[in-house]
Design a protein around this ligand. Structure first.
Ligand code: ADP
Ligand code: ADP
Ligand code: ZN
Length: 217
């Protein structure tokens, strides 16, 4: 089963992808995570993307397609790919289809997570992640069980993303509606689209996604 989690910034894609990795042994391919790793690696490409990401704009198609291609090489034999935050443009969607076809793979279902702007802004404003294991938390909706200690790995170090500020979020939402939201129609036309109410609680969303996966398998 190969799936895409599609949704605006803050919709809960990363949160749900991590759960699927843990519960179903799937593989998460997050272009956001790959780009953040490239940023800290100090390469030319890393420097180039850092500014673009800080502003909240989309990184060019060729860069993210290249990253996904690299990752697919490594994961060639693996089953259960979750594309998280990719594709974000029609050109990326076409490239993904080609890359998968080359590996004899295809997409099974695209899960669109719907969340309104107001909630997205609240979610992004309260988001923080464990510096050690990357577990995603929220000040109000998903706090750590013990204050200042990661539930998952016990680390006491947390980070906030540099681009999780109001100005960048506005640009990101714009980029989403202009470039990424058209993918909903694109996948609907291919008969691959499933929608979930991303405003529901994390557990409820997870249960909805499990149902969709079961139906598609
Ligand atoms: P969020 O979790 O808020 O949806 P991501 O971690 O997926 O954000 O992405 C962070 C930033 O990385 C984006 O704002 C964009 O600059 C860049 N990025 C990530 N994925 C892509 C992609 N598929 N195409 C272009 N830019 C991307
Ligand atoms: P995305 O990867 O789509 O940008 P995240 O998974 O990082 O989204 O979630 C954004 C923020 O919202 C995080 O702080 C996360 O803890 C929180 N969150 C995720 N899903 C839900 C939900 N269903 N209800 C409330 N908060 C959520
Ligand atoms: Zn942790």
């Amino acid at each position: 089963m190969n799936i895409i989690l599609l949704g605006p910034p803050g919709a809960g894609k990363g949160t749900q992808a991590r759960r699927l990795v843990e519960a179903e042994g799937m593989v998460q391919l997050s272009t956001g995570d790959m780009l953040r790793a490239a940023k800290t690696s100090g390469t030319e490409m890393g420097k180039k993307v850092a500014e673009v990401m800080a502003r909240g704009e989309l990184v060019t198609d060729d860069i993210v397609i290249g990253l996904i291609e690299e990752q697919l090489e490594g994961e060639a034999g693996r089953h259960g790919l979750i594309f998280d935050g990719f594709p974000r443009t029609l050109a990326q969607a076409d490239a993904l289809e080609e890359l998968l076809a080359k590996k004899g793979k295809s997409l099974d279902v695209v899960i669109a997570m719907e969340v309104d702007d107001e909630a997205l802004i609240r979610r992004i404003a309260g988001r923080f992640t464990c510096a050690q294991c990357g577990e995603v938390y929220h000040e109000d909706t998903r706090p750590t069980a013990k204050e200042g200690v990661c539930d998952r790995c016990g680390s006491t170090e947390f980070v906030r993303r540099a681009d999780d500020n109001e100005e960048s979020v506005r640009v990101r939402l714009n980029a989403y509606y202009r470039s990424t939201a058209p993918l909903i129609g694109y996948y609907h036309a291919k008969g691959k689209l499933a929608q979930v109410d991303g405003l529901a609680e994390i557990e409820t969303v997870a249960a909805e996604i499990r149902k969709i996966l079961k139906k598609a398998s």
